[in-house]
Design a protein around this ligand. Sequence first.
Ligand SMILES: Cc1cc2nc3c(=O)[nH]c(=O)nc-3n(C[C@H](O)[C@H](O)[C@H](O)COP(=O)(O)O)c2cc1C
Length: 300
Amino acid sequence: MASGTFGYGVEYGEVVDIERLGAICCKGTTLKARIGNPTPRVTETPGGMLNSIGLQNPGVAAVLEKYAATWAGWSVPVIVNVAGESVQDYVEVVRRLEGVPGIAGIELNISCPNVGRGGLQFAIDPSAAAEVTAAVRRATDLPLLVKLSPNVADIRLIARAIADAGADALTAINTVSGIAVAPGRTKPLLGNIYGGLSGPAVKPVALRVVYEAAQAVKIPVVAIGGVTELADVLDFLAVGAVAVQVGTAIFADPTLPVRLVDELAAYCAERGHRTFLDLVGTALPKRAGAPSAKGVEYRP
Ligand SMILES: Cc1cc2nc3c(=O)[nH]c(=O)nc-3n(C[C@H](O)[C@H](O)[C@H](O)COP(=O)(O)O)c2cc1C
């Protein structure tokens, strides 16, 4: 389950058989509580939605107090999505998560403005992305996933910097920056002006980012972006993902991810695959150093 779309897991207990999920990434967690952005915060778009929640969350201490004991009783791994505005913020949150029963890993949301660098996002600068990854790596032995933003010119540089800084895996993608216009057309619609686009509309972008990242690094890549059916999962596996997250589609059907688990297993069984890993990377270039591994190939 993708961060921000499944709360802390407990909210869906009546509807979803939590234990049948591969893992749950919880809502972005920060050092202090955040009230989030001004409303409106969400709007539907063709093939997706824009959101500007602004990382509303009760802060790491409250998250641990409210949910950690419940998570410890589950066998499904809970990965805490961590956000911050400085390297120190991230490190401090991660330190508090270290060693807490019920926490299986960390997913760093680095699509946050870095106060120390004038609000430049960690995710769009290889050295800032590497710095925060390395600092968190030193602070925790938990599995460390770092989430890529698609809003960059060349994802390979960022992916390599994060891998070299000690991440265990990459997750991709976070939302695509966008805006909508308010009724009357005198201003943008969202209270924050900018929002993040998600849902089927972003799947081609996510496929491209996973395809490029999978060729750029040796660590595993987890795909996210527009999954609504088994064919989407198979596409992401084909371009090199070893796991897939479901986000926006959960709002329409929270039972979808469990169904996808069953459908993937049935698909593998029908074709004689003992593991879905046989399906990983089948659409990647067969030879090393293919053009798509070198630079941005898109020319309008
Ligand atoms: C309402 C909403 C809230 C989100 N909150 C977070 C968040 O707190 N941290 C994060 O890393 N990603 C967050 N995301 C991004 C999703 O985890 C995911 O990367 C993105 O939506 C693309 O996947 P999808 O098309 O399946 O939704 C959020 C997305 C939505 C729609």
